[in-house]
Design a protein around this ligand. Sequence first.
Ligand code: SF4
Ligand code: SF4
Ligand code: FES
Length: 273
Amino acid sequence: MSEMSKVTYRIRRYDPNRDTAPHYETYTIDYTPGLTVLEGLWLIKETLAPDLVWRASCRMGVCGSCGMLINGMARLACNTQISDLGTDQLVLAPLPNFNIIRDLVPDLMPMLSTHQDLHPYVVRDDVAEQEEPTGEYYQSIHDLEQYLQFSYCIKCGCCMAACPTVATDPTYAGPMPLGQVQRYNTDTRDGGFEVRKEAIAGERGPWRCHYAGECSRVCPKGVDPAKAIQLLKRQMVLDVFGLRAKKCPSKLVGKPKDAKRRNGIPEAPKPTV
Ligand code: SF4
Ligand code: SF4
Ligand code: FES
């Protein structure tokens, strides 16, 4: 592709108050080196289509708001350089597998309420300690490494949009909520395996995952939900045969003398898919 001076966005538009069906509209803007897909959307809104709607906040790949389908792949608009797409022709649509609120805004609530149903937090009996902490729950660096990668999830929904099982089976919880089940099940401070096991019983749970790996391929944070789900299946099979290593939620330790000392926290491993 020769040096880009313009870039064309073909955007799926839909306003339920005005349109009977979605349609595409085309906008051409000046390209400047370093322009992200999200910045291009702002230019379009400011100069060509003030009623264009999308969702974004942080502009730095952290809040998880700006997931959309960009040239056929679920990505974060803020995290996508136009120059990396290898074309000056962009086609944008809202994330598949979600209902559409308007234009590029998907309704993420079904994913988030499933996530909420699956106890995405440390579950323990010592409620009083959690309300009025007197110390810290012990966790070694090795313990942290077991779930650190899964904890980078920003709930953007890109994995849900890419998953063929989510596309065909509305009862399946999907890679984002199930990946987070494994994240908490693996946390040594947690004792919630049994309550989460109940919550993912049946069609909702990991058995519907065919390990196509698309969720991990598109994940912008390297979370690798496909791996998390296979580890969850393994944990559940071992549990059926009474072979799951039952971890006790870790004990309290005193507060560290120097609370700022946090050396040696490891990098997240690379995705396997
Ligand atoms: S697993 Fe990755 S793609 Fe899925 S919601 Fe989390 S950050 Fe987004
Ligand atoms: S690995 Fe499982 S959760 Fe991920 S895309 Fe494939 S079927 Fe969906
Ligand atoms: S705007 Fe926050 S992740 Fe893109």
